[in-house]
Write a protein of this length. Sequence first.
Length: 244
Amino acid sequence: MDPEVKIVGFGEIGSEIADSVGKKVVQLGLSGVECYLEKESADMEFVMDRNECGLLLLVAGADCNCETSVVKMGERALKSGVPVGAFVVSPSFDAEKDRSLLEQSVDFYHVMNDGECAAERIVNFVQMFKSRGMIMVDFADFLAVIKLNRPRRRLTCLETCGNGEKWIINCAKELTETFKQQGLDSNGFLVQIEHDKSLTLEEYSEAVESFYDSGCAKDDTNIIISDITNENAEKSGRIRMWTV
């Protein structure tokens, strides 16, 4: 059975976007996609069941408090083991405060100013997820490749660096050996790879597929490729793995 995608809109802006997404997925004939408005349910427990929800997307605008809406539900989803992402449409987004909160409460997020653009991007997310169980979208300033299988457990973090076309594979093998040497469980870990801007989206796709095919990543491994935060060339191929 295909994983269900559930989308929840917060506030008037988030609700309008969720409603727009709902209409677009119907037009595209995508099944297993449900859109809700926050006001439709006070507790939203029905979106927190890992067996029922394969991906939860939270959408909020500037007219709602990000901390009491997206962050609160995101934290609950993470505790339930539900993959969760957030789209925040707000020109007045408090970058320092809110980004820090989002990083701790969702698997991935994107901030933008255009509500219609947000709806299109969410639909792209849903299409990719439904067709491949993977999300891969180029936001120009944000590249996310997320293999969404559970369980995801983040307790131990190991890190290494590399460069060139094979750095994903080489780093993966190095960390896999480290796992074994330390007696760690390499199942159910999350991999975060920082975006090397010299590679194209297609090259990332091939690299990630190879990452799984090589056996370095298991079926319940999650991969996130994100934009480089450290411009130091030595860090351009940084990869982190979290495991138990």
